[in-house]
Write a protein that binds this ligand. Structure first.
Ligand code: ASP
Ligand code: CP
Length: 296
C-alpha cells in the first residue's frame, strides 16, 4: 500500500512518471482509469484549491468522491481522530485525502496501513501535492530547472509550502533562497541544508529566476507577529517596481492576500502564474491518484 505523506516518499522515477502523466492529462483527458474507486476527503483545516482540485481530479478519473466535514462529524461528540479514521476505513474507501493542522497526523494514520493516505497539507511541514504542482509549473516554463534560483518570500517558518518546495526543488537541482523579516525566517534545522537567508529582496532580485510569495500564516501564530501588515507589505509585497521588466516567474500557492503578498497590478502580469499553478494542480493530482492507486 502506497501513501503520499511527503515528497521524500516519491522516488525519482515516480516523480518523472507523475510529471509525464500530468502533462499528458493536461493535453487530453484520460479515460476513467479509476472507475469504481472511492476517494474520501477529510479536511480539518480550510481549503479552496486543494480539496476541490482533489475532488475534481478523482471525478475526472471516474472515481466517486465522499467528503466528510469534521465540523459536522462525530468528532464533535468527542470521537478521537484515530477512531474516526478507522471507522471510515471500515467502509473500504480506496484512499483518504487528509489535511490537518498537526505535522505528523497523516503519517500516523498511514502507519495503520488501512487505506492509502494522501497528505493534503499538514502543519508547517509538508504539502507534497503543492510542491509537485509548483515543480510542474517551473518545469513547464524553464524546461530544465537545474541551476535556476527561486526566492521564497514571506512567512517561511510556518509555511508547509516553503518546507515542501524547498525539499523537492533543491532535490531537483534548484537553488532556494529565503527572504523575509527575521521573525519569519526559519532556524537552520527547518531544512536539512541551510538555505541562504536575506531580509530584503532588493539585494538578490538580480540573481533570481523565480519568486514564490507566501501568505502570512496568521492561523499558525499564537500572537500576531506584527501590529499591522501594511508596513510588512511595504517591504515584502511583490510589486512591478521590484520585478521591473526582468524575466522572473512569480508563484504563490494561494490564497493570495492582494497588495500584501502581490499587487493587483502584478497579479495581472503574464509572468505571474498563480492560476497556472492551480490548473497544473488538477493534472498533478490526477497523476498522483493514478500513480498511487493504479500503478503502484
Ligand atoms: N494553501 C496553502 C496551505 O494550505 C498556503 C496558505 O494557506 O497560505 O498551506
Ligand atoms: N494552495 C492551497 O493549499 O490552497 P488551499 O488552502 O485553498 O487548499
Amino acid at each position: 500500500m502506497k501513501h503520499l505523506i511527503d515528497t521524500n516518499d516519491l522516488s525519482n522515477k515516480q516523480i518523472d512518471d507523475i510529471l509525464a502523466d500530468a502533462i499528458k492529462f493536461k493535453k487530453s483527458s484520460p479515460p476513467p482509469l479509476l472507475a469504481n474507486k472511492v476517494m474520501l476527503t477529510l479536511f480539518f483545516e480550510d481549503s479552496t484549491r486543494t480539496r476541490s482540485s482533489f475532488e475534481i481530479a478523482g471525478k475526472k478519473l471516474g472515481m466517486s468522491v465522499v467528503h466528510l466535514n469534521p465540523s459536522t462529524s462525530s468528532t464533535k461528540k468527542g470521537e478521537t481522530l484515530q477512531d474516526t479514521f478507522e471507522n471510515l476505513c471500515a467502509m473500504d474507501p480506496n484512499t483518504i485525502v487528509i489535511r490537518h493542522s498537526q505535522n505528523d497526523i497523516p503519517s500516523q494514520l498511514s502507519a495503520l496501513d488501512l487505506t492509502p493516505v494522501i497528505n493534503a497539507g499538514a502543519g508547517n511541514y509538508a504539502h507534497p501535492t503543492q510542491a509537485m504542482l509548483d515543480y510542474m509549473t517551473l518545469k513547464e516554463h524553464f524546461g530544465d530547472i537545474k541551476g535556476k534560483t527561486i526566492a521564497i518570500v514571506g512567512d517561511i517558518v510556518t509555511s508547509r509550502v516553503a518546507s515542501s518546495a524547498t525539499r523537492l526543488l533543491t532535490r531537483m537541482g534548484m537553488n532556494v533562497i529565503f527572504v523575509g523579516p527575521k521573525e519569519f525566517l526559519p532556524p537552520l534545522s527547518f531544512t536539512s541544508d541551510a538555505m541562504p537567508q536575506y531580509e530584503s529582496l532588493d539585494k538578490i532580485i538580480e540573481n533570481v529566476d523565480a519568486v514564490m510569495s507566501l501568505r502570512v500564516q496568521l492561523e499558525r501564530h499564537e500572537t500576531p507577529v506584527f501590529k499591522d501588515y501594511e508596513s510588512y507589505a511595504k517591504k515584502y509585497c511583490i510589486t512591478k517596481d521590484i520585478i521591473k521588466d526582468r524575466d522572473i516567474l512569480i508563484l504563490h500557492p494561494g490564497p493570495v492576500m492582494r497588495n500584501i503578498d502581490i499587487t493587483d497590478e502584478l497579479l495581472l502580469d503574464d509572468r505571474c502564474k498563480v492560476l497556472t499553478q492551480v490548473k497544473n494542480g488538477l493534472y498533478v493530482r490526477m497523476a498522483i491518484l493514478k500513480n498511487l492507486l493504479l500503478d503502484s
